[in-house]
Design a protein around this ligand. Structure first.
Ligand SMILES: NC(=O)c1ccc[n+]([C@@H]2O[C@H](COP(=O)([O-])OP(=O)(O)OC[C@H]3O[C@@H](n4cnc5c(N)ncnc54)[C@H](OP(=O)(O)O)[C@@H]3O)[C@@H](O)[C@H]2O)c1
Length: 286
């Protein structure tokens, strides 16, 4: 449900290789720790029409995501071709070429899938020496068909720029924290400059900002909920976004963001920016 975007990997001659279609809106699955919580949330989302699920080996829920997907496919809710699954290489595992490939295989086993649609380096490897071999391993995952696309997460402009010296395929996506209170014009432009699409994580600033008075006023003017306005802003600026909820009502509410029209409140949304970081920020590390 909702729009799709074309993502691809810029090569040295400026062309986009290995392109694919990604549903712009999806479900995040970070902090779903109770047994069964993640499976229930993913299944609820797929039944409602979500087509994109964002997980990570670090979230320790790839198995439950896989169980929900298997059940949804078995019961005819969705086909594998319609579904887009993103997972990530843990930062402590981002130490080399072979390691990246091995961890991708392990994620596929956890998920019960033959391939994922997008595989991301969760954050720039701590040791800069590991960045090139890790990315070359990611490129192997792409070439071997373990994933349809590769990308990065939490990369700053300087990390992306450095990749030009060693990448055959530049990342298709940079997943970073972006929301109305952290609009990041500079990093979004730097991401687009390397041919990548921004994936906005924590679109609700981890829930911290849903009760923001200014946002509540905007939502009132739009006759939508505050969460819907924040999510739609991320979509309208061209990001892929993956709000997390474990609650069936809020999973449905967040999907409703797709039909919100922000036109009369664009300036007010723009005015919410205050460089608010709700999570971690490896983008500024050296
Ligand atoms: N690459 C990275 O480093 C990174 C970092 C952070 C996140 N992510 C990804 O991005 C996804 C989203 O980010 P996030 O989980 O940090 O935060 P988020 O989506 O901004 O916010 C999630 C929080 O908001 C609440 N919430 C959800 N919908 C709501 C609504 N309609 N009204 C009020 N509250 C609502 C949720 O509670 P309930 O569950 O109770 O509804 C939860 O506490 C993650 O799940 C993960 O997949 C990636």
């Amino acid at each position: 449900m909702g729009p799709t975007l074309t993502i691809g990997h810029m090569t040295s001659n400026g062309e986009l290789a290995h392109t694919s279609e990604v549903p712009q809106f999806g479900l995040g699955t970070f902090l779903m720790s109770k047994p069964g919580e993640c499976k229930d949330a993913v299944l609820t989302a797929l039944k409602l029409g979500y087509k994109h699920i964002d997980t990570a080996m670090a979230y320790e829920n790839e198995e439950e995501v896989g169980e929900a997907i298997a059940e949804a496919i078995d019961t005819g809710i969705i086909t594998r071709d319609e579904l887009f699954v993103t997972t990530k290489l843990r930062r402590p595992h981002a130490v080399g070429n072979e390691e990246a490939q091995q961890r991708c295989k392990e994620s596929l086993v956890n998920l019960g899938l033959e391939y994922v649609d997008l595989y991301l380096v969760h954050a720039p490897p701590k040791d800069p020496y590991h960045r090139k071999p890790t990315w070359l391993g990611m490129e192997e995952c792409l070439k071997k068909g373990m994933t349809r696309a590769i990308g990065v997460s939490n990369y700053g402009a300087h990390h992306l720029d450095k990749m030009r010296s060693y990448a055959t395929f530049m990342p298709s996506v940079n997943q970073i924290e972006v929301h109305p209170w952290l609009q990041r014009d500079g990093l979004r432009a730097a991401t687009e400059a390397v041919g990548a699409t921004v994936m906005a994580y924590s679109p609700l600033a981890r829930g911290d900002k849903v009760k923001d008075e200014k946002l509540q006023k905007i939502a009132e003017n739009l006759s939508c909920t505050p969460a819907q306005a924040a999510i739609k802003w991320c979509l309208d600026i061209g990001c892929i976004t993956v709000p997390k909820s474990s609650n069936a009502g809020r999973i449905e509410e967040n999907l409703g963001s797709l039909t919100v029209d922000l036109n009369t409140q664009n300036e007010q949304m723009r005015g919410l920016d205050e460089h608010y970081i709700s999570g971690w920020d490896p983008t500024s590390e050296t």
